[in-house]
Write a protein that binds this ligand. Structure first.
Ligand SMILES: [Zn+2]
Length: 212
């Protein structure tokens, strides 16, 4: 007598992060592929049927259709936006600190620029916390920009150019290093000289207009 049967074989194809609708938060997931196999004496020998893909949340163990990844792209892009905002802010603080210090009267204007970057009012306390976090990094500003700039979308790159320019202009002079960095950003962002000038003109109006 031959023992024939079937068994479901599943394995993890990839891992990633998603917005779990059940946990209502950012979680890790596994993409699991399940496929029935024909077994001979309990040994899987031939795959039968098609592969079924499932997303499993590492936290609540809930299973989801892979389309949950697309459904959550709005939430994911919000997370990415927030991350880019923090990165732009950090780049700005490092840009100011190129010559190693920050002046007390720069903090107020930096707060206004921070509110621009984050799209909401940044209070003094939060500003202080954000600044000290940014200052703690031991990464030189050029290395930092090199690491994060390409990840930003063109809007974020433009905002970064404007915020860093404004932060730099708080100093008596922009200086060689900062000028070089601004030109580097312009080139990396693929912004023409005319568009770059327009960006600068635009942010020079920030002071007069509303905060956000
Ligand atoms: Zn979950």
């Amino acid at each position: 007598m031959i023992f024939i049967g079937t068994i479901n074989v599943s394995r993890t194809r990839e891992r990633g992060e998603f917005h779990c609708p059940s946990c209502q938060s950012h979680q890790n997931y596994r993409l699991r592929a399940k496929r029935p196999w024909l077994t001979l004496y309990l040994i899987p020998v031939v795959p039968i049927g098609s592969v079924e893909l499932t997303i499993r949340c590492d936290s609540c163990r809930g299973n989801w259709d892979p389309s949950v990844l697309h459904l959550s792209s709005m939430a994911v892009s919000k997370v990415e936006d927030e991350q880019a905002q923090h990165e732009i802010f950090r780049a700005m603080v490092l840009f100011v600190l190129v010559d190693g210090y920050m002046e007390v009267d720069e903090v107020g204007p930096l707060g206004k620029l921070a509110s621009r970057i984050f799209g909401r009012t940044i209070g003094r306390e939060e500003l202080g916390r954000l600044c000290s976090l940014a200052e703690q990094t031991e990464i030189p500003v050029n290395n930092y920009l090199e690491s994060v700039f390409q990840r930003w979308n063109s809007e974020q790159q433009a905002l970064a150019i404007q915020a860093l320019f404004m932060a730099g202009s708080l100093r008596r002079e922009m200086g060689e290093e900062r000028t070089r960095l601004l030109l580097w950003m312009r080139q990396r962002a693929g912004v023409s000289e005319a568009d770059f000038e327009a960006l600068i003109q635009d942010c020079l109006q920030w002071e007069d207009g509303s905060l956000i």
